[in-house]
Design a protein around this ligand. Structure first.
Ligand code: CAA
Length: 380
């Protein structure tokens, strides 16, 4: 495996970086403090073909590969982790679910507008009593012949405040337990009986809106089944195998963004008559951070390469997610420390990076669940 970016990838990263510096970096702080969903930014990303970068052109995307999509998430997270997760859930879980499991009709009807960025996607798996134990989900879908009737709720749903399409996991076999009897459905936002809560107040990632969904006799036609009835849990897990690489890329980008800022700061900041970067204690922190960021990058790029080549990648995705997001937390915490009182102040961006880093250790499977997945791969 060669992790040196090729000419085309370098050009892509350069284009995205310029876009991020011009369009996202100047508003990222305000979007966080005022909890503003970045709708205008998403429109501009769509104009550049970046809302469906890894989706084939025939389905409204840009025809790039999975690795290119991972590079996009990394670059977005360097300036705004909220924008990165919005795009990641939309593309990696929303679009890719239909690309991999959808019928031709579903691709034309749902994937094409999603990949073009005309519509936004969300992924509804988690419930109040089914978090790490996703297979215990209870959202009931009663079979009524040509449709299902849904009753129950979902929680922590990224993009829910704006999403048009929810990839929703339901229990379609009454009395079934665990992974058996779970089905994946495409649910449209304006379906009668579906209510979406106000965004939940969170520690960080404030421009990404996270809501609860309530289903009260929501009718979903059978033609909206994604994959096969009763096989939805495998759909959920396969999607998360890819999704976790993107969260690794998000953690990597957060760490890189904070590090870049702090490295610039310590060279400028004078104390005791010299730049604080001249102190060995600071230099060791810098060396450790840079080493961990590089290790995270290699793990994320390895997992992304495997997925791009169509190779098994579940273990490597979990390793990348676990390590890169732990790195994001460690590095951002150290960056706040390097800036001292300024680091703790909202006048400087590093505290936002630190707050945003925390959730990456939790969502798309906590890092404890990643260890469980890795160990199961190693020991089976
Ligand atoms: N690919 C395909 N199939 C898979 C699979 C995978 N990666 N992992 C499991 N399966 C299959 C198994 O083969 C098994 O099938 P059979 O019954 O035919 O043998 C079935 O699924 C059940 O598997 P397990 O027995 O391993 O299931 P489990 O109940 O022990 O759970 C788990 C496994 C890994 C703990 C899983 O529940 C899990 O990943 N939990 C974390 C949940 C999570 O990541 N949530 C993320 C929410 S989305 C989100 O966060 C998005 C966002 O907002 C940013």
């Amino acid at each position: 495996m060669n992790f040196q970016l090729n000419e085309e990838q370098v050009m892509f990263v350069d284009m995205v970086r310029k876009f991020c510096q011009k369009e996202i970096a100047p508003i990222a702080g305000k979007s966080d403090s005022e909890h503003l969903f970045p709708s205008e930014t998403l429109k501009k990303l769509a104009e550049l073909g970046l809302m469906g970068v890894s989706i084939p052109e025939e389905y409204g995307g840009s025809g790039g590969d999975y690795f290119t999509y991972i590079l996009l998430i990394e670059e977005l997270a360097k300036v705004c982790a909220s924008t990165a997760v919005i795009v990641s859930v939309h593309t990696g879980l929303g679009c890719m679910s239909i690309l991999h499991f959808g019928t031709e009709e579903q691709k034309q009807k749902y994937l094409a507008p999603l990949a073009a960025g005309e519509k936004l996607g969300a992924y509804a798996l988690t419930e109040p009593n089914a978090g790490s134990d996703a297979a215990s989900l209870q959202l009931s879908a009663v079979d009524k012949g040509d449709h299902f009737v849904l009753n129950g709720s979902k929680i922590w749903i990224t993009n829910a405040s704006q999403a048009d399409v929810f990839i929703t996991f339901v229990r379609s076999e009454a009395g079934s337990k665990g992974a058996q009897g779970v089905t994946c459905l495409i649910v449209e936002r304006d379906t009668p009986g579906l209510t979406i809560s106000k965004p939940v107040e969170k520690m960080g990632l404030n421009a990404s809106h996270t809501c609860e969904l309530f289903f009260d006799h929501v009718v979903v036609p059978k033609e909206n089944v994604l994959g096969e009835v009763g096989q939805g849990f495998k759909v959920a897990m396969q999607l998360l195998d890819g999704g976790r690489i993107a969260i690794g890329a998000q953690g990597l980008g957060i760490a890189e963004g904070a590090f870049e800022y702090a490295a610039g700061y310590i060279k400028e900041r004078q104390q005791f008559g010299k730049s604080i970067a001249a102190n060995q204690g600071i230099q060791w922190m810098v060396a450790d951070m840079a080493t961990e960021i590089d290790a995270a990058k290699l793990l994320v790029y390895r997992a992304a390469s495997l997925k791009t080549e169509g190779q098994p990648h579940g273990k490597e995705a979990s390793m990348a997610k676990r390590y890169a997001t732990d790195t994001a937390m460690r590095v951002t915490t150290d960056c706040v420390q390097l800036l001292g009182g300024y680091g703790y102040s909202k006048e400087y961006p590093v505290e936002r990076y630190m707050r945003d880093a925390k959730i990456t250790q939790i969502y798309e499977g906590t890092n404890q669940i990643q260890r469980l997945v890795i160990a199961r791969h190693l020991l089976r």
